[in-house]
Design a protein around this ligand. Structure first.
Ligand code: GLN
Length: 192
């Protein structure tokens, strides 16, 4: 059984907790830096990245979290979580954790395509189509060659992996498909 933290300052953390528990693992809501000790992995959920970035500072979690990730703690950022991981944000905004070599555009689909759902096979991860929910989603506009592209939708990179880090534009926790959570747990087993 793995012990997986879910950053619980803001956003869709409860949904991740439920899925992790349903897969037979321990899930912990993270609100303090001390809780980052002895985790096997951590999920940064969707929500509002500006608010989450500010709370990470206010709750003095940021530095410890960056240090843990740089030392190999498996991490998965969904949507706002992808934005938190990026080294660079498109536009003038300051990036947050700056751990993953990706450049991310926030609200990349604009207001017309604010939210949408699609179903696709993610090569190497799912054999069947899995539902992908996008809500005011970001996507990756540029990345270093150290980063592996996992999936594109309409030509835009919506999932990527760099060693112990995964970023997805979409929200597997808002569906009842557990494929991506299982992929993350397998990654934890590999990285260790
Ligand atoms: N648009 C949000 C942001 O910039 C992310 C949306 C989401 O997590 N669903 O933080």
């Amino acid at each position: 059984m793995k012990k997986i933290g879910v950053l619980a300052l803001q956003g869709a953390f409860k949904e991740h907790i439920k899925i992790i528990q349903s897969l037979g693992h321990e899930a912990i809501e993270i609100r303090k830096a001390e809780q980052l000790e002895n985790l096997d992995g951590i999920i940064l959920p969707g929500g509002e990245s500006t608010a989450m970035g500010k709370l990470l500072n206010d709750f003095q979690i940021k530095e410890v979290l960056v240090d843990k990730i740089n030392n190999g703690l498996p991490v998965w950022g969904t949507c706002a979580g992808m934005i938190l991981l990026a080294k660079e944000l498109d536009g003038d905004e300051d990036a947050h954790l700056k751990v993953m070599d990706i450049k991310v555009r926030r609200n990349a689909y604009g207001s017309q395509l604010d939210s949408f759902v699609t179903k696709e096979v993610i090569k190497g991860i799912s054999e069947k189509e899995i539902p992908m929910v996008f809500i005011r989603a970001p996507y990756i506009v540029d990345m270093d060659e150290k980063v592996d592209m996992l999936h594109r939708v309409d030509g835009n990179i919506v999932a990527a992996r760099q060693k112990n880090m995964i970023a997805t534009s979409f929200h597997p926790e808002l569906t009842d498909d557990t494929t991506f959570h299982e992929y993350f747990i397998n990654m934890i087993k590999e990285v260790k």
